[in-house]
Design a protein around this ligand. Sequence first.
Ligand code: ATP
Length: 249
Amino acid sequence: MTSTALLRTEQLTRSYGSLLAVDRVSLTVNEGELRSIIGPNGAGKTTLFRLISGEVAPTGGRIWFRGHDVTGLAQHTVSRLGIAKSYQITNVFPHLSVLENVRVAAQGYGRSFNFWSRTDALTDARARAAALLETMGLTGKAALLAAHLSHGEKRHLELAIALAAEPVLLLLDEPTAGMSPEETDETMVLIRELAAGRTIVLVEHKMKVVMKISDRITVLHQGQVLADGTPEEIRANDVVQRTYLGAKQ
Ligand code: ATP
């Protein structure tokens, strides 16, 4: 089987003054892949995500998505092209119901949105929102105010909101942060299910999660790619062991 590159960065760089937060990062994520980005605090993981999503402009290098050069495009343009990001900082509206939170997101992005038929568009967004809540196991909570969800449920709602944009590439920033071991396990299963239909790039600190669900892992260290490989290759990599994994286990 030949694999198709969905996302490619070439020598991608972002400096803040004299600090190189992301330093000449070249990576390729293939269609359908679940890629994890790991590395110690300050390694540049979040900045790399912000570059890919168009939130921050690079100071060097290029980004290609689906064969198009998307370097320096605004975040809303990148999002329209099919990249969605689920934030570490919550983007849930606490005073809207769970269903409304997803419906509002679905309405803004539905591919079938028809300018002339507002009623159809609203019904469509509502149906898509309900389907997404079902995928996330939140159907029973649809009518609740989002403020009343548990932490884990809120993270799942954030995922539903990100999926409402029907992304081709989903960027997940620490999806299991702050979760109990049980919630973490549930979320891992969910992410694997989501990965069946799309490409996912994940920043995650929990090694158990990363090693279990990733197809490939990229290790960042001081803004640079330290290693790139399958979970087995990364686990067996001496340099990674010395500089990162050794300290974590
Ligand atoms: P963590 O795991 O702690 O979230 P990270 O790997 O995501 O870390 P980044 O947040 O990308 O790392 O930060 C990489 C480096 O860039 C750090 O030294 C950080 O202080 C610096 N940095 C990030 N954003 C900015 C900014 N807006 N202004 C100045 N420095 C920044």
